[in-house]
Design a protein around this ligand. Sequence first.
Ligand code: HEC
Ligand code: HEC
Ligand code: HEC
Length: 128
Amino acid sequence: MAPLRVAFGALVLLLGLLIGGVAHAAGAPASGVPQPVVEAARGGQCVEDPAFMRRNHMKVLKHQRDDTLRGGVRTGQYSLKTCIDCHASKSTNSVAASDTNFCQSCHTYAAVKIDCFECHSNKPQVKP
Ligand code: HEC
Ligand code: HEC
Ligand code: HEC
């Protein structure tokens, strides 16, 4: 009896692995959920690793804002103006004029609203 039970156990385990593997392969890339279209930067290198920025840009920008307004620091690494210089769209010259423009793209997708451009320009100061 014991060897049979072991064999049965192994079969169940194998089946589980197989089903799990198939479900994983089917679910990962072809999830059918549309991804946001994010226009590429104009060039150069981001102020931090892009993967870090994807997760943390809101934090560094907010710290920068607090530093500027409360501490008078205006030479920070995370100046909003520099983001816009690199990330403004080549077609609209803005980061937030259309839904594929950089700061708009993910935010529209994730239903995030930011008020930054009510005061700050969404265009680079120097023309391309
Ligand atoms: C009510 C107007 C207003 C709003 C809204 C606003 N800011 Fe500002 N922000 C300012 C002012 C005024 C300064 C100081 C300008 C200066 O020193 O050049 C500033 C400075 C900054 C700075 C430092 C200077 C620079 O150019 O980098 C950053 C970063 C910044 N804001 C980010 C943000 C972000 C991100 C948002 C949206 C979440 C935002 N601000 C919304 C008024 C505003
Ligand atoms: C010198 C140019 C440059 C500056 C300045 C810059 N970036 Fe970037 N950034 C890039 C490049 C290049 C990438 C890689 C992706 C690409 O090519 O669009 C990138 C990637 C990113 C990403 C990830 C995008 C994605 O598709 O996942 C975020 C978010 C980001 N930057 C935010 C910022 C913010 C916020 C600032 C200002 C504090 C900033 N960047 C300043 C060039 C720049
Ligand atoms: C790669 C996608 C992506 C790009 C590009 C992007 N954001 Fe975001 N941003 C997000 C997501 C997602 C959130 C919401 C995060 C959360 O809720 O934790 C967010 C949140 C924010 C917030 C905080 C909003 C709040 O209510 O607290 C600010 C400020 C912000 N982004 C500024 C910017 C600026 C400025 C740019 C352009 C320079 C930009 N983002 C580009 C994905 C992006």
